[in-house]
Design a protein around this ligand. Sequence first.
Ligand SMILES: Cc1cc2nc3c(=O)[nH]c(=O)nc-3n(C[C@H](O)[C@H](O)[C@H](O)COP(=O)(O)OP(=O)(O)OC[C@H]3O[C@@H](n4cnc5c(N)ncnc54)[C@H](O)[C@@H]3O)c2cc1C
Length: 304
Amino acid sequence: MDAHIKKRMKEIGGEAILFDVSLSQYTTFRVGGNAEAMYRAGNLKELKEMMAFLMDEGIPYLILGAGSNLLVRDGGLEGVAIILDGSFASIEDINMAEPSILAGAGLLLNKVVNFCTEKGLAGVEFLAGIPGTLGGGVAMNAGSWGKEIKDVIREVAILTRRAMVERKDSLNLKFKYRGLELNTEEIILNARLNLKFDKPASIKKKVISNIERRKQRFPFDMPSAGSIFKNPEGNYAGRLIDAVGLKGRSIGGAMISPKHANFIVNKGKASASDILALMDLAMVKVIEMFNIQLIPEIKVVGKG
Ligand SMILES: Cc1cc2nc3c(=O)[nH]c(=O)nc-3n(C[C@H](O)[C@H](O)[C@H](O)COP(=O)(O)OP(=O)(O)OC[C@H]3O[C@@H](n4cnc5c(N)ncnc54)[C@H](O)[C@@H]3O)c2cc1C
């Protein structure tokens, strides 16, 4: 990124633009190289202006939620990591007549859950404890306990690469297992969630119980990115990795969690290469023993 581009970006973004930012601070794995630039978009007007500039100049960008499903390679990220902040990280509307909320894509899922609990709006308890943003949750079709975010989505606003805002209802969104089909460079701006009335106390009880179940099942005491691989049809990635004897196996600072074999944890000084090497090892062993191809659930980005 040359000095002229940086100057223009600073003119457009002001203090919301930073250069050469370590992404290890912005991912739950706590690994990864630097982004050439980071932009915190505060509202739609600013985001559109920056997006138009990046498009014109052919500069790539990545929308960064809470970085909880992301592995950034050690060589860092070319272009700009964009964080949706300000008005994108708030509840935009609440409709108590036919209960629903409209929430910004940058809002943390846990904040969505807490807001709904307080208002006596049920339906998103299964998202409690998933450490992502609403935008990341929609992009990944996040889920747990047999439910997926698609089950509660009424409508999503998407910023297209032509800088137009398109509202798509759930029938026109192509959700899949741990994903949503988006065109490249499209940005999820907000989502309206269908909810139902319940007593705050009983919603809270479910939320607490879900968080407790997570603590028992998953290793929350060390940095990770949640499940590394998607579950193959009719099977569990964790069970397969356990069966090939890799539970507890370390490479460098990364380890296949002894608690849950589909989690790789950072013991403190892991590099992205350590994690990728463990992923390769798991894929090779599982294919050798079971002839099953494990597919990563996490998104791997950046240069090696
Ligand atoms: C301890 C732990 C437990 C977890 N448990 C679960 C679980 O139970 N179920 C589950 O499904 N996941 C789980 N995850 C994974 C992760 O939290 C989810 O996938 C979450 O939805 C990712 O959201 P994020 O904001 O962190 O997205 P990021 O990791 O920042 O991004 C993920 C992808 O989404 C894209 N993206 C993010 N925001 C937008 C946007 N606004 N517009 C377009 N694209 C966007 C990014 O570019 C990237 O490709 C867990 C992770 C951890 C660390």
